[in-house]
Each structure stands twice: as structure tokens, then as C-alpha cells.
Design a protein around this ligand. Structure first.
Ligand code: FAD
Length: 498
């Protein structure tokens, strides 16, 4: 077997590869792409060693929390790209769209029976760890979990970091060897075509391959939330690469000065693609540093934990890498280390204490979920942000911070504010349900932050933000005009799910 970064792969059970198996199965559930993908690379390595063909299964379930037209369309767009890329290399690719809740149960188990080895993605958040854990306990075939989440393998940090500064300093001390272990840019080109796979007709009948062009599929008949409509943001690796290309050509050189502009015109816009695995941090890092003619010798010798200077790049690239690597991977660190990452009790003790001391403070405004969801608060800026989230599935980082802080201020308790934020963010945001979702939401309640003075009602020592200050800092006139008016939704959920 070709050398593989040891931190990135772990055995889900104790079986050995089955020499009688007919193929190597790659169950693509988080890294939904064909480039810079350690999981796919590992599956191809197994196929080569065992001289067996590769079968890739990419399923889309319909009964996960917040399943809706918006996310289905985005994932289906990605399947179109994957289908094209696998077909070009003669690799068997089975994309499966579950027609009703539970219809997909048993598919992976059935495919596993004739597999020699199963490889799948190791992703620390949402329902994926649960289904992978359940599956690997029930099968009697070797199953490997591969981490293709970020530049630092999540297993390489053995503690949970409470501050970005400490995590950055850890990266500055320990990231370098992982920068020398990049995944293949084009793993498919290393695949030697083997004999064709003929899937059991019973499997194909019960779990048919997407017959139609995924782009043509009408989502109306699927039991998912149709009120969260598709948006103009196309999903898939091709769309992600085109955005990255535009960013490198037009935006990177202004990243520091323009990244806070409210119209999303200064940043990459890549978070939904990172979330669905349509692009990887490795590819972004590779392209960004290639542009700047960066080399590993440019890294600073000393680890100070400081935001600037360690990478040895210009200030725009340093700032981007700090978001993409320090901040993004800090969230993966939390979700990997703590199973309670989405619970109120995972907030730092000081934050829980100060919020507790102010829990009974009178709220100048107190809204219920439906009022937040429908953007009917008294604050025109907050309503505009919520409308952007609902109608486009995206919100700029600075405005997202204000959005969360105001939900804290206008909810009956901090615990309830947390549940409302998680629900609205994960329901509408294309990049929701991600480790970063929990980093961002919990940041508004004190995670990764420090105590601030003066102590205020409701917030206590939690950092405060106001719409008035935000309006002074950002040019908002065009933004407010664009996102005023109605929300184009047929209904709003009135109760918070448990
Ligand atoms: C209340 C709240 C909720 C949030 N929910 C999400 C979410 O559901 N999903 C999500 O991906 N991000 C979330 N964030 C973080 C941040 O807003 C987005 O990552 C960022 O706006 C994405 O835009 P971009 O891809 O253009 O970022 P760019 O500026 O181009 O940055 C490149 C990448 O770096 C990472 N990144 C950038 N900013 C942050 C940050 N503050 N924290 C962690 N990683 C960052 C993202 O992966 C991003 O795609 C949230 C922040 C807040 C305050």
C-alpha cells in the first residue's frame, strides 16, 4: 500500500480486507468531490493493491433534519459534476436519491456484502458520525474512515482549544509536516481501470441509480421542506472552482479592505462548497499559495500565535488563511473533541455564569421564533439580514455576528436564543449544519471570546453589538434597499424542534 498520512485514516472495525470481495466501495458522504480528496484517494489505493474495481456510492437522504429543496438542489448540482468526472475515468458511480424517508435504509449494507473494503468520510458534525458509527458496527467487512476535512487532520490535536490564539499557536508549531502531505490533486488519474462491476439487479431495482439528469429532477414529490426554496447559487465542484478563480483574479488583493463589505463582494463565497465537500481547503490553499509563489520555506520559525506574519505571505493572503485554516479548523477541533459541541453547556464557564446572572433581566423586545423567522422585528437592519438569509441562503460574516447578538438580546433566555439561532442558521444557510455554524453561533454567546466591559443588561460580560454601530461602520444603504420587503416563503415553522 502506498504511504498514507497516518492521522487521516482510522479503522472503524477490526476486519481485514476480504480477498473474495468484488470491488472496493467508497461511500461518499461528506467530501462530495473528485479532486483533493483523501477518502477517494485511499479507496483508489485499495483498488490498486487488491486489483479490484472501485465503486463509488453517493447517496442523498431525505429524512435528515432541515432537508429542503435548497440543499437537495445544491447537492444534486454536485452529483452532475461527479457523474461527469467518474464517467470520464470509467469508474462505477452510483448516485442515489432517496424518494421517501427510510427508502435508502439497507443500501450501503447491501453493497458492502460484495465489497472487499469500505472507505468512507470521517466528518465530525451533524448526523454523519451517528450513521457511520451505526453502520460500521453492523457490517462484517473492513471499514476505514478517512479525514479530508482540513489541513490539520483532526486527530493531530489531542485537546479542545478554547481560544483561536492558542489554536493558531498550535498550528504554527505543528502544521508544517501536514503541509507536506497533500492529497493527490487528481486521484482519478491514478486509477487503473479494472473489470467492470455488474451490480446485483435486486439492488438496482430497489435503490435505482439516478436515471434522469439530476439537473432535471423536480423536487416537488420528495418529502422535504419545499418552503426553503432553491437559490441562484449553483452547487458543485465546477461552480466552486469558478468562484475560486474569480476570487484569485479579482478579490484576493483587496481581501483585508473589502471582506467586511456587506454585499459578499470581498470574500470567496466558498463556505457552502466547503460545507458540502465540493471543494477542499487543500485545493484553495494550493491555488492561493501558487498565485503568490509561496514556498514552505517562507513559514516563520517561531510560533507566536499572532495573526500576521507566520505564513510569510502578503497581508491579504495571511488574512484569508487565518479564516480558512485557523478559524475553520478550530470548529472542526471542537466538534471532534466534544460530542456536546451544540449544547449550551459547552459554553465556557465564565460565559454561562454571566449570562445566568442576567437571565432574568427585562428584555426591551422579546420575540418568538415565528417573528424572527418572518423578519418582523422592530429593527430594519436585522430584518434585512434575516431576509437575505431566508431568500438567498447566505449572510456576510459581520452581519451574521450582529444577527446572532440581537437574537440573544431579544429572546426570553440565552438557552432559547441558542436554539433559535441553530434552527434558523441550519434551516436556511447553504453552509449551515457545519462545524463553523456552531463556532459562529456559540461565538455570539462567548465561545472563543473573552469577557468585555462594561457589564450590560442581558449580555453581562458577553461582547455587545448594536445595529447603530454596525450602520456607522458599514455602507448599508444598497444592502437595506436590496433586502427590504417581503420574505418569499409560504409558511414559517412556529415551534422549535427538540
Ligand atoms: C452567527 C454566525 C453563524 C455562522 N454560521 C456559519 C455556518 O453555518 N457555516 C459557515 O461555514 N460559517 C458560518 N459562520 C462563519 C462565517 O460567517 C462564514 O464562514 C463566512 O461568512 C463564509 O463566507 P466566505 O466563504 O465568503 O468567507 P471567506 O472570508 O472567503 O473565508 C474563507 C473560508 O474561511 C472560513 N471562515 C471565514 N470566516 C470564518 C469564521 N468567522 N469562522 C469560521 N470559519 C470562517 C470559511 O470556511 C470560509 O468559507 C457563522 C458566523 C456567525 C457569526
Amino acid at each position: 500500500m502506498r504511504a498514507f498520512p497516518s492521522f487521516r485514516v482510522r479503522d472503524a472495525n477490526r476486519y481485514d480486507a476480504d480477498p473474495q470481495g468484488e470491488y472496493v466501495l467508497y461511500w461518499m458522504i461528506a467530501s462530495r468531490r473528485t479532486r483533493f480528496n483523501f477518502g477517494l484517494q485511499r479507496a483508489i489505493d485499495w483498488a490498486r493493491v487488491l486489483a479490484k474495481p472501485l465503486l463509488v456510492i453517493e447517496p442523498l437522504s431525505c429524512n435528515y433534519r432541515w432537508a429542503c429543496d435548497r440543499f437537495h438542489r445544491f447537492i444534486l448540482d454536485g452529483m452532475i459534476d461527479n457523474h461527469r468526472n467518474f464517467a470520464r475515468h470509467n469508474i462505477a458511480y452510483h448516485s442515489y436519491l432517496e424518494p421517501h424517508g427510510g427508502a435508502g435504509d439497507g443500501l450501503i449494507g447491501a453493497l458492502t456484502k460484495r465489497a472487499a473494503v469500505v472507505v468512507t468520510d470521517d466528518y465530525p458534525t451533524f448526523f454523519l458520525p451517528r450513521i457511520v458509527g451505526r453502520f460500521s458496527r453492523t457490517i462484517e467487512k473492513k471499514c476505514e474512515l478517512v479525514d479530508s476535512n482540513g489541513l490539520l487532520p483532526v486527530a493531530a490535536a489531542t485537546k479542545c482549544f478554547a481560544r483561536a490564539f492558542d489554536f493558531r499557536r498550535f498550528l504554527q508549531k505543528h502544521l508544517k509536516p501536514h503541509l507536506l502531505e497533500f492529497p493527490d490533486a487528481e486521484p482519478l488519474s491514478t486509477y487503473d481501470p479494472q473489470s467492470a462491476i455488474s451490480l446485483d439487479p435486486q439492488i438496482l431495482k430497489r435503490w435505482p441509480q439516478l436515471a434522469q439528469d439530476p439537473g432535471e429532477i423536480s423536487l416537488k414529490e420528495f418529502p422535504i421542506d419545499h418552503s426553503v426554496a432553491t437559490t441562484s447559487t449553483a452547487g458543485g465542484s465546477a461552480a466552486a472552482e469558478s468562484l475560486l478563480h474569480t476570487f484569485l483574479g479579482e478579490r484576493l488583493e483587496h481581501y483585508v479592505s473589502r471582506r467586511n463589505l456587506p454585499e459578499d463582494s470581498g470574500t470567496t463565497g466558498l463556505s457552502p462548497y466547503l460545507h458540502f465537500g465540493h471543494i477542499s481547503t487543500h485545493e484553495i490553499f494550493h491555488r492561493v499559495t501558487e498565485c503568490g509563489h509561496w514556498q514552505i520555506q517562507h513559514l516563520a520559525e517561531t510560533a507566536t500565535g499572532g495573526r500576521n506574519g507566520w505564513w510569510g505571505c502578503d497581508e491579504n493572503t495571511e488574512a484569508l488563511l487565518d479564516q480558512l485554516i485557523t478559524w475553520r479548523e478550530l470548529g472542526f477541533n471542537m466538534c471532534h473533541q466534544r460530542s456536546d459541541y451544540a449544547r449550551y453547556r459547552s459554553l465556557p464557564a465564565w460565559a454561562q455564569q454571566t449570562l445566568g446572572e442576567h437571565a432574568k433581566d427585562p428584555r426591551p423586545f422579546c420575540y418568538e421564533l415565528a417573528e424572527f423567522d418572518g423578519a418582523t422585528t422592530h429593527d430594519p437592519l436585522w430584518n434585512a439580514i434575516q431576509r437575505q438569509l431566508v431568500n438567498s441562503g447566505r449572510v456576510h460574516n459581520y452581519l451574521r455576528m450582529l444577527w446572532g447578538k440581537k437574537i440573544l438580546e431579544w429572546s426570553s433566555s440565552p438557552q432559547r436564543a441558542l436554539r433559535i439561532m441553530i434552527h434558523l442558521n441550519n434551516k436556511y444557510a447553504l453552509d449551515g449544519r457545519d462545524p463553523n455554524s456552531y463556532s459562529g453561533i456559540f461565538w455570539t454567546l462567548g465561545r472563543y471570546d473573552r469577557a468585555w466591559g462594561p457589564e450590560r443588561p442581558i449580555f453581562g460580560k458577553i461582547r455587545y453589538m448594536s445595529s447603530e454601530n454596525t450602520a456607522r461602520k458599514l455602507p448599508l444603504r444598497g444592502y437595506l434597499e436590496k433586502w427590504q420587503g417581503e420574505i418569499s416563503l409560504s409558511h414559517h415553522q412556529l415551534t422549535l424542534p427538540e
